[in-house]
Design a protein around this ligand. Sequence first.
Ligand code: ZN
Length: 111
Amino acid sequence: MTEGPAGGAPAGGAPTGAGPVRTCVGCRRRDDQAALLRVVAGGTSVLVDARHRSPGRGAYLHPEPACVAAAVKRRAFARALRCPVDAAAAGSVVAAHLDAGIALGRRGGTG
Ligand SMILES: [Zn+2]
């Protein structure tokens, strides 16, 4: 195992302590805020706050399908945002956001 360049993003999921730490509403693991996706309530669904600048209460989760699915299953969005957010709707908003991001680095052609 070789170490990455100094100052780069840490490999692995452990918080570095360099910045704010938040809990993922999907897997419930703590991680650097910068490594998590922020969502805010938007009506009965959520909005992805890519720049972490929207006001109000936010929920954090890893930008990973598994964490999105876990959050949907437990209705963690509504709980974290304290809004009557529809879990399925919120899940599809986040999933679509991930899909768009993933598509950029992928050649496409899924089964
Ligand atoms: Zn997670």
